[in-house]
Design a protein around this ligand. Structure first.
Ligand code: PLP
Length: 644
């Protein structure tokens, strides 16, 4: 339903009001804001100057034949995230007089795209920023892209003999791979591989901390954690390495208490436990030198700065301060030299830099109800609804809503029992919606609304059909109820008068975006604009640069979207650095072992038969083949699909 905006409301609405409504001032800072034209503005270098109008950027990309849905990667943001991370640790190290330094790594699992990893290696060179691999394929990426001999290559995950030997040999290549022992059974394999090759890797141990963690990834710690050595296993490992003459290569202690740590208190406990473990390992004779605090540095997706799943109750600086101060407090009193601090922050580095922009294909909702004309002899239920409608006023909204609901239910029951004709049931429904509409027009603001009347607002919500697959582009929204900021990227000078959620292109009822950030808890509906004939409506999904691209799947055979890397340019507003075309229908068919050519040939033969039997004309057959051939070359998403 469209509630006609009053002149006054429309005039009073400002882009700033939209920024507040969508929480942009909180989660968007310092990269995203709204400009006077009501467009999302991107400041890819944060507060260091330079900005891009996101709508103009999308238009510019469309004119280069890059259609929506489009994943836009801002390389400057990625660089800025690295700078902020290093800046925070540098400040903390100076503030606490820490006698060591910080040297982070990027966990490749977070986003393995070549351009992304290459850029991180390049931008991180000045800090000897390294990579973390969790599998043999990721090790291959890290080995080939990380050419800085001082950067760390942390080797995590399950390891077979080949993985371990590759890491040992890479050390001889002049790299710094650290094989982190995550399972007790890796110890004999490392010892054997070192004996066979006559060389040892740099060795790390991952501790299973007993600190209690919280949130979705809370089970990454404790006795039942998938990875890490228990204290007895840790002690046995030290002795086994000593016996094999490898203790001198034990250089790193690692822990990871789960992704998206929401509560800083949890991290502090873990740091204290790990700090003491580090001291003990040093006192057992291991040279050590590195303490790797893992991933987990969180992202404030909803901007609430709270210890809830979509937020964090700490800042980046707060995180760095606690790591530095706690480890110093553990080491110094024991006379143990403080370690080089390593973190494997993925989400905190890669979330902000990519924005997914998709278009809306259409909208379904409740139409403006028409009131059926009254006739003599109408059923009592219909008359009751008419009376309810005519009596609606600002003082009886709740009562009128209760009555309308009751009479609608009565009408259904009467129809089921055969006491109400189909025509009268139709009238009852029209009158019910007319009541809802009249009540909705008189409703006060959300804060003053009784819970039951909030349900009425939801009844009018629209479904916006989105040209995307959540399974491909935002899988965590489906798999783990992850919240991302989602909002229109234009028309922000207009008050959004609709409530709605998004349904994606897949024929799966789970294929939807129906949880949105809100202060307190998530909300099921988002404030959106009414679609205008012939005009596109573009929506941005923000902060999805970590994990979404790589975890996305081919459900319903919707493939990757077009992706572009953008850089602010000194000579113009921006430069398109890289274009990665989305998968075509042919690509996704091949991914499922189909042969597109054979498939076409089979259909060509079928059309010949149909021509022969007179069921299909030659021109229709040609048209069909043209469509099929064209589809194979095209993206899996809908083309040229603005509403109107
Ligand atoms: N390190 C390890 C061992 C992980 O398992 C993960 C992911 O869960 C990370 C680092 C990255 O974590 P985050 O993205 O929360 O920084």
């Amino acid at each position: 339903m469209v509630v006609a905006p009053s002149q006054v409301e429309q005039q009073n609405w400002t882009p700033a009001a939209s920024a507040q409504l969508y929480g942009l001032d909180q989660w968007g800072d310092p990269y995203f804001s709204v400009n006077a034209r009501g467009h999302v503005l991107v400041q890819p270098r944060g507060d260091r100057g330079g900005s891009l109008d996101l709508v103009e950027l999308v238009e510019g990309l469309q004119s280069r034949d890059l259609q929506l849905p489009l994943l836009i990667r801002f390389e400057d943001i990625l660089e800025d995230r690295l700078e902020r991370l290093h800046g925070a640790f540098e400040r903390a190290i100076a503030q606490y007089g820490y006698g060591g330094h910080y040297q982070g790594v990027f966990p490749v699992k977070c986003n393995q795209q070549r351009h992304v990893v290459e850029q991180l290696v390049e931008s991180g060179r000045r800090w000897h920023f390294g990579l973390e691999a969790g599998s043999k394929a990721e090790l291959l990426i890290a080995l080939s892209l990380l050419d800085d001999p001082k950067a760390l290559l942390i080797c995590n995950g399950y390891k077979d003999q080949r993985y371990i030997e590759t890491a040992i040999l890479a050390r001889q290549l002049g790299r710094q791979p650290v094989v982190v022992i995550e399972q007790a059974d890796e110890v004999p394999r490392i010892i054997e591989a070192s004996r066979n090759l006559g060389a040892a890797p740099l060795i790390g141990v991952r501790a299973k901390l007993s600190t209690r963690s919280t949130g979705r990834w809370g089970s990454s710690v404790g006795e039942k954690a998938k990875f890490g050595l228990s204290i007895p296993d840790l002690l046995a490992t030290v002795e086994a390495l000593r016996d094999a003459d490898l203790l001198g290569d034990l250089r790193l202690l690692h822990f990871h208490i789960g992704s998206q740590i929401c509560d800083i208190a949890v991290l502090k406990d873990a740091l204290q436990e790990a700090g003491q473990l580090y001291v003990q390992l040093a006192s057992l004779g291991a040279p050590m030198g590195f303490l790797d605090v893992g991933g987990g540095l969180g992202v404030d997706y909803d901007g609430s700065r709270s210890a809830t799943a979509a937020s964090t109750n700490y800042s980046l600086q707060n995180y760095a301060n606690d790591v530095v101060a706690t480890i110093r407090e553990c080491c110094e009193p024991q006379g143990v030299a403080v370690p080089t601090l390593v973190s494997e922050s993925g989400r905190a580095i890669a979330s902000h830099f990519s924005v997914l922009v998709f278009n809306v294909l259409g909208q379904s909702g409740v139409n403006q109800p028409t009131i059926p004309e009254a006739v003599d002899g109408e059923a009592l239920i219909v008359r009751n609804l008419r009376e309810t409608l005519s009596g609606i006023g600002p003082d009886n909204l709740q009562e009128a809503w209760n009555d309308a609901l009751k009479f609608k239910d009565d009408a259904l029951a009467a129809f089921r029992l055969g006491y109400l004709s189909l025509t009268e049931r139709g009238k009852a429904e029209q009158l019910y919606w007319a009541c809802c509409s009249a009540i909705a027009d008189l409703l006060p603001g959300d804060e003053e609304l009784p819970d039951e009347l909030k349900g009425l607002k939801a009844a009018f919500a629209s479904t916006y059909y989105a040209n995307l697959s959540v399974f491909r582009s935002a899988p965590d929204t489906w798999a783990i109820d992850q919240l991302f900021p989602v909002m229109p990227i234009h028309r922000l000078q207009e008050q959004p008068r609709e409530l709605g959620s998004f349904a994606d292109l897949t024929c799966d009822s789970d294929g939807k975006l129906a949880r949105f950030i809100a202060s307190g808890s998530a909300k099921p509906l988002l404030e959106l604009h009414e679609l205008k004939d012939g005009e596109p409506y573009w929506i941005g999904l923000f902060l999805g640069g970590a994990y979404q691209e790589v975890m996305g799947n081919l459900h319903n055979l919707f493939g990757s979207t077009n992706a572009v890397s953008i850089r602010l340019s000194p000579g113009g507003p921006y430069r398109v650095e890289h274009v990665v075309r989305g998968q075509t229908n042919s690509d996704v068919l091949e991914a499922m072992e189909h042969n597109p050519e054979a498939l076409l040939e089979r259909l060509r033969q079928a059309s010949e038969e149909a021509i022969g039997s007179g069921d299909l004309s030659i021109s229709a057959a040609r048209r069909l083949m043209q469509h099929l051939e064209g589809s194979l070359r095209q993206t899996t998403y809908l083309e040229d699909s603005s509403p109107g």
